[in-house]
Design a protein around this ligand. Sequence first.
Ligand SMILES: N[C@@H](CCC(=O)N[C@@H](CS)C(=O)NCC(=O)O)C(=O)O
Length: 220
Amino acid sequence: MKLVIGNKNYSSWSMRPWLLLRHAGIAFDEVKLSFNSPTFKRDALAFGPTGKVPVLVDDGVTVWDTLAIAEYVAEKFPDKQLWPRDAKQRAEARAICAEMHAGFPALRTHLSMNVTANLAGLGWNVAVQDDIDRISAIWTGLRARHRADGPFLFGRFCIADAYYAPVVTRFNTYKPKLAPALDEYMHTMLDLPEMKEWLAAAVQENDFVAHDEPYRRAPN
Ligand SMILES: N[C@@H](CCC(=O)N[C@@H](CS)C(=O)NCC(=O)O)C(=O)O
């Protein structure tokens, strides 16, 4: 199984399936393409029809959309229980993934992923706050209901956590004011060994766009 991704510093869509596969212990070969390369589009088109990442290539199948990748992997590895086992919870998990997939345009535009930068206080506007408030409501409600089952949105780690992982890193980069109740979930996600692996690799890749440089955080 091959997962084609973009820069670990910038590619929120790539982070989701990468984290999902790693956390589940599913082996894959990583192929990383640089957004800063003049051949990015051509390189990406060699793997999938949209010229975007991520793309999963497995056993003669090409899957080029994050939600489709998550579903494909969940079907291929049912024992990994990548969606919640309970049908009602599964429906809700799918709904919040779809909401992330299609929504939160202000957050995505103004707090774009940049995991190694410190952009505290930047990017905020009223529309961004509306997105933050909606995400806060999702996380707070799920954590309150599933606290007894574990530290993730539905208790156990599932596709929904992978889906919201780049929001966790965005909040860590832009540091908007969040309800204290969300700190615990932020820490749970940032402390995941796979998340740490991704963040460390983002520092190492040293492939930043020039206007980002003044904001680079010192490596931990
Ligand atoms: N709907 C796609 C979105 C993929 C996407 O927009 N990927 C971005 C990187 S995060 C990309 O490849 N951008 C490069 C480009 O548009 O040229 C998915 O869910 O995977």
